[in-house]
Write a protein that binds this ligand. Sequence first.
Ligand code: GUN
Length: 285
Amino acid sequence: MNIDGKQAAADLRVKLTKEVESLKAERGITPGLTVVLVGDDPASQVYVRNKVKQTREVGMISDEIRLDEDTTEEALLATLAKLNNDENVHGILVQLPLPKHINEEKIIATIKPEKDVDGFHAMNSGRLLNGEKGALVPCTPQGCVILAKRHLGDDLSGKHAVIIGRSNIVGKPVSILFLQENCTVTIAHSRTQNLPSMCRQADILVAAVGRPEMVKADWVKPGATVIDVGINRIERDGKNKLVGDVDFDDVSAVAGGITPVPGGVGPMTIACLLKNTIEAAKIYG
Ligand code: GUN
């Protein structure tokens, strides 16, 4: 069974639109998100365009700042300093990856934690790890949990979640979120021994490695819930195609629920970005 991320994201946006309306009516706050894009990577341009469009659709203010590929680190830091001090900006997102001459860690550390709607700042990852209130939680991991719950119901306790991938953006934070849901969590990665048999133990399998169609049917326990975070562009039969980290056709036959690519986790990432911006405006606006 397909887990429909497009529909889940649309449902979430309906809720968020209402929250924006009541924030405006009750507190006079219109949540604002500014997206900063450095350079002209085509994939990043598409993401940024979608983020800006959807932000406006739920009634929020959205700005886009485009900087040249050869923008200096100092210039980007100065832009962020302005946004940090702008009270109409509740969320700041710097689209990654950045050009090589700019230090990503330094940029992320410069964004005010209260406006870090990506949830990448050490203050937010620390708060998430400690289970503290007020953490802005990375968007894709939030989307993964929402989709797992959409299929399995709200109570995930006791389920074995196997996460393939240990990145700061997805693998590590999504592991913490499933742990908070009382799952038993295993983090697998490129050095894990006998990865297929490890994955076969999962009730919930999250693939976040960036390897096209790596997860096959015999890696999946019958009936398991499979969340595919991968977005890989490949060429097949002379055409460009978008595929996940899971071999969809193969795994669909055994999984109880599976997110497609596109139309699974991707739309949820953007919806959760809007959610985080509203959260930031509510708490810190
Ligand atoms: N590039 C790809 N995904 C993301 C994301 O979630 N946030 C940011 N800032 N950049 C990205």
